[in-house]
Structure formats: C-alpha cells, structure tokens
Design a protein around this ligand. Structure first.
Ligand code: SF4
Length: 546
C-alpha cells in the first residue's frame, strides 16, 4: 500500500524527515530541540537565570534555546575575524546578549516606539539597530534585565518570542499597508491572524530551521517575497477578486534560491490555513539531517512545485485551491518607501534613512516626539533598514522633513545613503569575519563626496561573513566579508565582490567573479571605479544589474 510517507520517500538515505519516520535526532541541534522545546526556556530565564546570573545558564540553553526568545550571546570584544572559525563557541561568547524584538508588519504605535527607546537606554547602552526584516536589535543586554524588558514589551503588545531560532520568525508586511494609494490590498488582518495562530505555538516551535514569512499587498513588492521561505503576494484574479499568489522556497545564505510560485490563488480568509499547511509541510517533511540543507528551499527544489502543491492540498488543506495569476511587476526598482508620498486619505507618509540602520534610544524618542508634534500616531519599519512616519497632514510635511534632516534622518538621501545596507558584523556577531556598519558608513561618506551627482538606483549590501543577513546576492554590489591579502602580503579585512544581483523584473543572483576582492581600506576606491565605469559604459535606460 502506498502511504503518504512512502510516496515521498525517494532519497536512498533519510534526510531526517519526521513524516518518513525519522524521529531520532540526527545532529546536535535536533537533539537539543528534542530534549526540550525552545519555548520552555522562558520560564527558566524568569525563575533562574535572571536571578542567578550568566554563569547559571545551561550551555544548551545559552547557545540554543535562548534564540527562541530572540537572545544571542554577542561576540566578545577584541577577537579578530581570523579567529572566528578557530575558536570554540564559548571563547567567542561575551556575557552580554543581542536581543531581537519582532515587529510584525513593521507596525508600531508611538507608545510602542517609546517603550523600545526606553529599553535601549535603560538596558542596551543606547543601541538599537533596524534590521532588514523590520525588527529592532539591541546589544549589551544582561540576562538579569530580560524579565523586565519582556514585561515592558508585553505591556504594549510587543514580544521577542520566536524572533530567532528554528521557528516562524517575524512576518514581513508593507509599511504602507492600508494607506498606499496603489496597494492591491491591505494585508494587516492576515499578518495578525498568522501571528496570533502560529507564533509561540509549541506545535510549530521545532522546525528544521528558521522560517521566514512575508504577507503583502504592496505594488512595489517591498517585502522581497522572492527570498522568503513563504510569501503571500497580493493579486487580483480573473473574476476581479483580491487575494494572494503563494510563493515558497526562497532564501539566500550559502545556497541562494528564489522562491517558486505554487500557482494557487489564496483568498484572504484562507491565508491562515494555507500558512499552516506550508509550515506543516516544512515541519513534517523538512530535512533535519544537515543544518545547511534544512531550509524549506531544498525540499521545494527536490519536490518541484507540482508535488508541493499536491501535498499541500491533499494532506494538509484537504481541498484544492484554484489556479491564480502571477503578481504584477514591481512599479519601481526601489522598494524602500523613502521620501514624501501621498496616502489614500490625502495625508502624506514620510520615509527616512538612518545610516545603515543604526539608530539609538534617544533618536527613537526624538522620532516619536517629532511624529506626535506633526499629528502622526504611527510609525513603521521597512525591510531596507529604514523608517516611515504615517498620516502627516499636507501643511505639516515640510516642517517634519526639516526636523528629521536636522537629526541626520534623511528624507531625500543620496543613492548611497538610501541603498547601502550592512549587517551586524564583527562588532557584535560571533560569526563575523570583518567589520561592517562603520565600514559601510565610511563608504557612504566617501561616495557622496566623490560622486555627488550620482542618482541612479544602486544597492550596496555589506555582509560580515558568507551568510547573507544583508542579502549580498541580490545587491548590485554585494560585499561578502572575508580576510584578504593586501599589497604588503598581510592578511587584512576585505570583501569578495558579487556584481549585478537584483530582484524584481529581471531577478538574478550577483556574479561572484573569481579573484575579485578588495581590502576594506580600498573599498571606496573600488566601488568608485565600478560606478564610474558603469556610468561611462551604460547604454540608454540600462540599469546597473543589466
Ligand atoms: Fe553575522 Fe555574517 Fe549575518 Fe553579518 S552576515 S550578521 S557577520 S552572520
């Protein structure tokens, strides 16, 4: 007899798929998750670790389950990138944590923003980085502070639950949901439903690997659906009904793949169930033998779209979904919502660019005060490390823009400020090989000085290691941190260059050109040469990624 399990059992050696009977953990991570669910660490943090201090933390919690609540130990200061791969994890661990707060849909009230600012100043030495997944990350967090931080967050409806770990992480949403003049639909309700049904549910807290979600009606496709594990992209079907096109299996990291269209039309009221089906497939059929093959993209790639759709419909939804159309192409190659733009209701939204996502507690307070004084009660984070203030009356816009720019939050930034992103890097990240934020910030300054007239769209993404937290493979210029040899024969911080990556109309991963490397010191010269060369050679209408 053919069972659902045997139907899918093609690989000669098990990949650790639960649905095929491989319940015994095949590696240390799986063992830790089986020994105790990541969600259970919360009570130990409250009852034990926060009271007895850092040294009381069980190592399996410290380097594993803490992530289920957004906590990672940060890198001990002063350890250079050459030691990253050599040292044991405990030698890299500082006694402080990075703490990630999930901001589903990037939606924040001023009250929430002020609580985030207070936590930064009280417990994070003022740190607050905007991530490229709409989260906020603090550094320097001590374990003793965590219960109070949670209490403050939870009092205003925020949390760190499943902000990291092998879990359903933050749900990306368009910052302009409900106000954009051209949006296909407002996805806020579906984001809320998925959040409320699945986040923190022990039935979905032991996934093979992280699981990234986007749900959006944005015509600019600002949630980068192509590189999420699952994405619901708003479309209008042939009957004029609004719903979603389902994409599964996108992801970057060391084996980049674009998500694939499953080809179904999902009504807004079906999003919760379809999400449950997709995450269920991942939990049950996802590969658990090797961490680097555990993301859902590998399963989708092996199965193909037809089989994925068949399993989703027959085993999980118990109903067929109709075929649906593909999304329209994005209206613009810039997806960041920076600048001043009209809303549906006659008001304006104002998107602004901090430097490489770096803000701080005081600045977050200033943003909240500025928004309030200009009649707004809502701010948003974007997937480009930017922020947006909503609902500004036409006669208040100029004043808000001037006040934001006065504190270096630029509403009309140069291309370089606007489109350069950087991951955390060696300052705090234990996997990093090189410094990123300061390097990228210096690069912006230099390029603004050297190429003041350059105004084309151009993305420059700076990563501190071969992981792709700052999406190097889809940037025009992607910089992958590594050690390189300089002219004097010394090993120094530098970057492998990926050129010509893009999303949107002609998606493609940047080409890694063998031998194309630069030292961090020479980075401004290198990028200036590439950009100048492009300007000289380009034909009419050609963009950098062409
Ligand atoms: Fe850390 Fe590497 Fe991710 Fe940067 S890309 S934050 S260095 S893991």
């Amino acid at each position: 007899m053919t069972t659902p399990a045997s139907r899918h059992h093609k690989r000669p050696r098990g990949e650790g798929q639960w649905a095929l009977g491989y319940r015994e953990p095949l590696n240390k991570n799986e063992e830790n998750k089986k020994n105790d669910d990541g969600l259970n660490v919360r009570q130990r943090i409250i009852d034990v670790y926060s009271k007895r201090g850092f040294d009381s933390i069980d190592p399996a919690d410290l380097r594993g389950r803490m992530r289920w609540y957004g906590l990672y130990t940060q890198r001990k200061p002063g350890i250079d990138g050459g030691k990253t791969a050599i040292l044991e994890p405990e030698e890299l661990d500082d006694r402080y944590f990075m703490l990630r707060v999930r901001i589903d849909g990037g939606q924040l009230s001023l009250e929430q923003l002020r609580v985030l600012a207070d936590i930064s100043n009280l417990y994070g030495r003022g740190t607050a980085d905007l991530t490229d997944r709409q989260n906020i990350q603090y550094h320097w967090i001590e374990i003793e502070a965590v219960p109070d931080i949670w209490a403050r967050l939870e009092a205003v409806g925020l949390s760190t639950t499943e902000a990291c770990g092998d879990t359903p992480r933050v749900i990306l949403g368009c910052p302009l949901a409900g106000i954009d003049t051209e949006e296909v639909l407002d996805a806020t309700e579906q984001i809320r439903e998925v959040h409320d049904r699945f986040i923190g549910d022990p039935a979905y807290s032991n996934l093979p690997r992280k699981f990234k979600t986007a749900i959006s009606g944005c015509p600019a496709h600002c949630t980068v659906h192509e590189i999420n594990d699952v994405a619901f992209v708003a479309v209008v079907n042939e009957h004029g009904e609004k719903g979603y096109d389902l994409w599964v299996g996108g992801g970057l990291s060391t084996n980049p793949m674009f998500g694939k269209r499953i080809g179904v039309f999902v009504r807004p009221d079906q999003v919760g169930d379809v999400y449950g089906g997709v995450i269920g497939i991942f939990r049950d059929y996802g590969y658990r033998r090797l961490r680097h093959r555990a993301r859902i993209k590998f399963l989708v790639n092996d199965w193909g779209v037809e089989k994925f759709r068949d399993v989703l419909q027959t085993e999980y939804l118990k109903e067929d979904l109709p075929d649906g159309p593909a999304p329209e192409q994005p209206r613009d190659s810039r997806r960041d919502h920076v600048g001043v733009h009209p809303q549906k209701d006659g008001n304006f939204y104002v998107g602004f660019a901090p430097r490489v996502g770096r803000v701080d507690g005081d600045k977050l307070h200033l943003i909240a005060d500025l928004a309030e004084r200009h009649g707004s009660a809502r701010v948003r984070t974007t997937v480009e490390q930017k922020m947006v203030i909503l609902d500004v009356a036409p006669d208040r816009v100029d004043s808000l823009v001037a006040e934001l720019e006065a504190i270096d939050l630029q509403v009309n930034p140069s291309t370089f400020r606007r489109q350069t992103m950087a991951c955390t890097g060696i300052e705090y990240c234990k996997l990093a090989i090189v410094e990123t934020k300061a390097t990228a910030s210096h690069l912006i300054d230099e390029l603004e000085k050297r190429l003041p007239a350059f105004a084309e769209p151009l993305t420059i993404n700076v990563n501190g290691c071969p992981n792709s937290c700052a999406r190097i493979q889809v940037a025009d210029i992607g910089l992958k941190g590594q050690l390189v040899v300089n002219d004097q024969g010394e090993q120094v911080e530098g970057f492998q260059i990926h050129l010509g990556g893009s999303l949107g109309v002609n998606p493609g991963f940047g080409r890694k050109v063998r031998g194309l490397k630069t030292t961090a010191d020479e980075l401004p010269d290198y990028v200036e040469r590439v950009v100048t060369h492009f300007e000289e050679q380009k034909k009419d209408g050609e963009s950098f990624s062409d």
